[in-house]
Design a protein around this ligand. Structure first.
Ligand code: ADP
Ligand code: MG
Length: 686
């Protein structure tokens, strides 16, 4: 293969600069440091041997191949190449000394190697004195090219330690240079199992460095936020009391505590960055509605965003129900909104007559300009990808700057941000990815909820389930029928939903059955949802569009088809649509056999647990942090080497020393971050 420059290699591997290659670490190693005498090479061993080509011939039976006979002393070995170039035939001519690495197998004539690695050597060609690294590669690059480029990078880069050894790190703590040497070029006696298992002092050092970079950048982001301005919103001017007085229930103490934490943040002249976490049905919407009141009392605007239209609409109805009696105008904005209605909403948002705008991402499109936006609320924030969250934040800042004279009067002002999620983030992950986020937790459900009974039922008993469903709905309750998830295709999922709907309509003629799915026009969707809400439909056949936020207390039974296809978080969210009223609720998980191991585990977890935190923990264990956070989905790799769960001890150490390092070694911190996060820090700030 043609020689590639270190720049080429770096670029092909996706790095910005050749220096980044120092952290392109091997996947595994080969031992080319010793040569096994040919006569000692045993069948089944992967060994390096050396010998002289005695005979070489292209044979045609049973197919075209190059067969080379290599001799060392009295011992012989056949080398068989099924694909070869003329240049290789020329190289492997009799008399040539070759070094071969491969597995010794029994062949027709005796011991042989099929497609070994080989190179031509002289008797004096030295053996490498370190193990040979095998790097993660891409198609257009040979291991040889990568090895060379990495070696150049290691020789040229500054490998000194920019920061002191952290107090409390369990010895040994190799220097950065030692760690890299031990990983790129380990000595022949290195413990390969530990190396490849990424469990050596060198690996721990690098994992620590990576986690430290993350913690430092998070700490920096948090500091930076303290230098940003936001409009302080200290008073709700009696609006709280008026809204609460109109409610048929009292807030739970967990809701009150969360609200206190939020209002405390809002009163400060720095942007709030708070996550309101609470299990499905814990009443986050009410807290959010109360949280926007100080902004409204001070004359500012609020944007409330949800990931789907159905959800946005639900939020809109709730906000309208609660805020309109206070004389506050709420507008709805989604991509589907067209014509006059859209114009009116945009005009109201621009001139400030709309005080609360509820909607989907459409709220942050270019055609929307706010008059004086002071607070952004994002519901189900985990459904937004990393990139979307970054874009949202950027847009929020821009909106505040451009559109608010009040804001520009106090300089670089940003809106406060309140995010909500029912997906609890286990502590280790929160520490690692969301350290720049303040978290409020609603750890209590409103009183009077009946626990949901969950049953797993083999789909071959579907008829029984449908018969029970009939009796249930005729008794005056309502139910959901959730159609199978078809990951690959919206279209197929839609067809599945339509088929289930047709079938249920035929089987249950005495019931009113509606259908809702993601491809419906928004007014159609809204019509079906409000018919269901009003009790005009007994049964709602739905795709996962109802996964989050939908709130119909009289619906107390849910059947989920092909439950084995769903992830844990999704099942928990779906199930959370029932159990919202006083009625006894149940969730039936229909599964098809055969079940995979992981599907069986998921169903058991969801069957045994009602608590979102327990489910999230189990989920994290099943899937690992990357998938859990959906990082893979967004194409972003958050950590390359460390695992915030498995390496929780290193993570805690890194977090504990970050502030002190920032204080006392700012220049070292800068160098450390440049080494580990050459592309900047944005990823860690979302
Ligand atoms: P989630 O946290 O899943 O978003 P919601 O905000 O949709 O939950 O609330 C679920 C239901 O509980 C709604 O019908 C809401 O009006 C009701 N609710 C909220 N707070 C209380 C409370 N303190 N007491 C009784 N019901 C409440
Ligand atoms: Mg909600």
């Amino acid at each position: 293969m043609a020689a590639s420059s270190p720049e080429d290699v770096a670029r092909k591997l996706g790095y910005a600069s050749p220096t980044d290659l120092i952290l392109h670490l091997p996947l595994r190693y080969e031992d080319e440091t010793r040569i096994t005498p040919l006569r000692d090479a045993r069948l089944g061993d992967t060994v390096q041997v050396e010998g002289v080509v005695e005979h070489s011939e292209i044979e045609f039976k049973p197919r075209r191949q190059l067969v080379v006979q290599v001799k060392e002393g009295d011992a012989r070995l056949y080398v068989r190449l099924l694909h070869f170039y003329p240049s290789q035939v020329a190289l492997l001519k009799p008399g040539t000394r070759v070094r071969l690495m491969g597995e010794v197998r029994p062949g027709f004539f005796g011991a042989e190697m099929v497609h070994p690695q080989f190179r031509v050597v002289r008797e004096t060609t030295p053996l490498p004195d370190t193990l040979t690294p095998i790097y993660p590669a891409v198609a257009a690059l040979s291991q040889y090219a990568i090895r060379k480029a990495v070696a150049v990078a290691l020789a040229e880069a500054d490998l000194s330690d920019p920061l002191p050894i952290p107090a409390g790190f369990p010895a040994p703590f190799p220097s950065f240079a030692e760690a890299l040497k031990a990983l790129h070029h380990p000595p022949p006696d290195a413990d390969l199992a530990s190396l490849e298992g990424r469990d050596t002092p060198a690996w721990r050092r690098l994992k620590f460095d990576e986690l430290l970079a993350q913690q430092l950048s998070l700490a920096l982001a948090a500091r930076q936020r303290q230098t940003l301005h936001a409009i302080p919103l200290p008073e709700a001017g009696g609006l709280h009391e008026r809204m609460l007085a109109a409610l048929p229930f009292a807030m739970t103490s967990a809701q009150q505590r969360a609200l206190r934490e939020i209002t405390h943040d809002l009163a400060r002249p720095h942007p709030m960055n708070r996550l309101l976490q609470g299990d499905v049905g814990s009443g986050k919407t009410l807290v959010a509605a109360l949280a926007v009141l100080p902004a409204l009392a001070a004359g500012y605007q609020v944007a409330v965003m949800a990931p789907t239209e159905i959800l946005a609409e639900q939020l809109f109805f709730k906000f309208q129900e609660w805020l309109q009696p206070l004389g506050i105008e709420v507008a709805w904005l989604a991509a589907a909104l067209k014509g006059k209605a859209k114009k009116a909403a945009l005009a109201g948002i621009a001139d400030g007559s709309v005080r609360v705008a509820v909607g989907t991402h459409a709220l942050f499109q270019n055609d929307v300009s706010f008059h004086n936006l002071a607070l952004v609320v994002v519901d189900e924030q985990h459904r937004f990808g990393v990139a979307q969250r970054l874009a949202l934040r950027a847009k929020g800042a821009q909106v505040a700057r451009e559109e608010s004279p009040e804001a520009s009067a106090i300089g670089d002002s940003q809106p406060h941000l309140l995010m909500m999620s029912a997906t609890p983030i286990p502590r280790s992950l929160a520490m690692s990815y969301y350290a720049d986020l303040d978290v409020s937790v609603i750890d209590q459900l409103p009183p009077g909820r009946t626990p949901i009974a969950t049953r797993t039922i083999n789909a071959n008993r579907r008829d029984e389930v449908i018969a029970r469903l009939r009796d249930y709905c005729l008794s005056g309750a309502q139910a959901y029928w959730v159609c199978p998830l078809v990951e690959e295709s919206d279209k197929l999922q839609l067809r599945a939903a339509e088929e289930s709907h047709t079938e249920l309509v035929a089987l249950l003629p005495e019931l009113n059955i509606g259908l809702v799915h993601g491809r419906m026009k928004s007014d159609e969707k809204a019509a079906v949802m409000s018919a269901f809400k009003a009790g005009d439909l007994h049964l709602l056949v739905a795709t996962t569009v109802i996964e989050v936020g939908v709130d119909v207390p009289n619906a107390a039974l849910m059947v989920i088809e092909h439950a084995e296809r769903y992830g844990l978080a999704q099942l928990h969210q779906l199930r959370g649509r029932v159990g919202r009223g006083a009625r006894e609720s149940s969730c039936v998980l229909l599964y098809e056999t055969p079940l995979s191991d992981s599907a069986r585990q998921r169903l058991k977890i969801i069957h045994d647990n009602n608590d979102g935190f327990a489910i999230a923990r189990a989920d994290l264990q099943l899937r690992g942090p990357g998938e859990f956070l959906g990082a893979r989905q967004s194409g972003q790799q958050l950590l390359r080497f460390a695992d915030p769960v498995a390496d929780a001890d290193l993570l805690e150490l890194a977090r504990d020393c970050a502030a002190d390092l920032l204080e006392r070694h700012p220049e070292g911190v800068r160098r450390h971050l440049a080494r580990w996060l050459p592309r900047g820090l944005d990823l860690f700030r979302v």
